[in-house]
Ligand binder design. Structure first.
Ligand code: GUN
Length: 293
């Protein structure tokens, strides 16, 4: 039987409706308008498309939002000064520096400079540390989106065998940490596979929930998936252009074959992507609320 398709687009829409009401309430009752700045360095086409989507969504939700574009050759010092400016700007509750940054800039140094209270990406070591001990203020957006998708689709994580393919700081490591927490929507048994894992398919075939963030098209094929498994595809691979000139995307999972075997699967596009942006909005609303307390 073909898998249920988990629509990130639909779930994200539902959450955005909830957020919109929350923003109205914050404005009316407390006079607070959530403020978000997205900083883009250079002109990487994928990064431009991500920040454009983030800006559009934040405006739709009624945020005060700024797109701050900086040239590719901005110095590290000037970028740090810019972050400092927004750290001290009370109308800004969330600061997002789009990654990757040009080679001459030390990415860690930039991420460390963001005030953890305004770190709506959840990348600052303070926030990563809090996540590890189950006291997160801001979860990184992609893993938070995955967890919400599982919760809102009614996928039980408690006691489930979760296998994560990929160990990046943005997805693999944090989603593994989120799902092992002794918390509702977690309590899973998690295995993390990566490029040095031996016999990867032996692990993936055990998964009740398989989360794939490998950064490689068709990294997961049907023979690697257990019958009835829930498959979350985090991959965004650009494989040419559509007729209208837009980037053509595919995930890390062989969707057509795996959907015949899985119990549920997320598509690309329309799966994890819209959830990531929505979680950024959720974190920004949270940051605005926290600033008002
Ligand atoms: N580049 C790819 N994903 C992300 C993300 O979630 N946040 C930021 N800031 N940059 C990214």
């Amino acid at each position: 039987m073909a898998a249920k398709i988990i629509s990130g687009t639909e779930i994200a829409k539902e959450i955005r409706e909830e957020l919109k009401k929350e923003v109205e309430n914050l404005k009316e009752k407390y006079g607070i308008t959530p403020g978000l700045v997205t900083i883009l360095v250079g002109e990487n086409p994928a990064s431009i498309s991500y920040v454009t989507a983030k800006q559009k969504t934040s405006k739709n939700l009624g945020f005060y939002s700024i797109q701050d574009n900086q040239p590719e050759d901005i110095s590290e010092e000037n970028l740090l000064e810019l972050i400092d400016k927004y750290n001290n700007d009370p109308s800004i509750h969330g600061i997002l520096v789009q990654l990757p940054l040009p080679k001459h800039i030390n990415e860690s140094k930039i991420l460390y400079a963001i005030d953890p209270k305004k770190d709506v990406d959840g990348f600052h070591p303070v926030n990563i540390g809090k996540l590890m001990i189950g006291e997160a203020d801001y979860l990184p957006c992609t893993p938070a989106g995955i967890q919400q998708m599982l919760i809102r689709t009614g996928v039980k994580t408690e006691g489930a065998e979760v296998v994560v393919v990929g160990r990046s700081n943005i997805v693999g490591k944090p989603i593994a940490n989120i799902l092992i927490q002794k918390q509702e929507g977690a309590n899973a048994t998690v295995t993390v596979c990566h490029t040095r894992t031996k016999n990867m398919e032996e692990h993936t075939r055990r998964a009740d929930i398989l989360i794939v963030a490998a950064g490689k098209p068709k990294a997961v094929t049907a023979d690697m998936v257990k019958e009835g498994a829930v498959v979350i595809d985090v991959g965004v691979n650009r494989i040419g252009k559509t007729e209208s000139g837009k980037a053509k995307l595919c995930g890390d999972v062989d969707f057509e074959a795996v959907k015949e075997k899985a119990g549920a699967i997320t598509p690309v596009p329309g799966g994890v992507g819209p959830m990531t942006i929505t979680m950024l909005m959720m974190n920004t609303v949270k940051a605005a609320k926290n600033a008002g307390e």
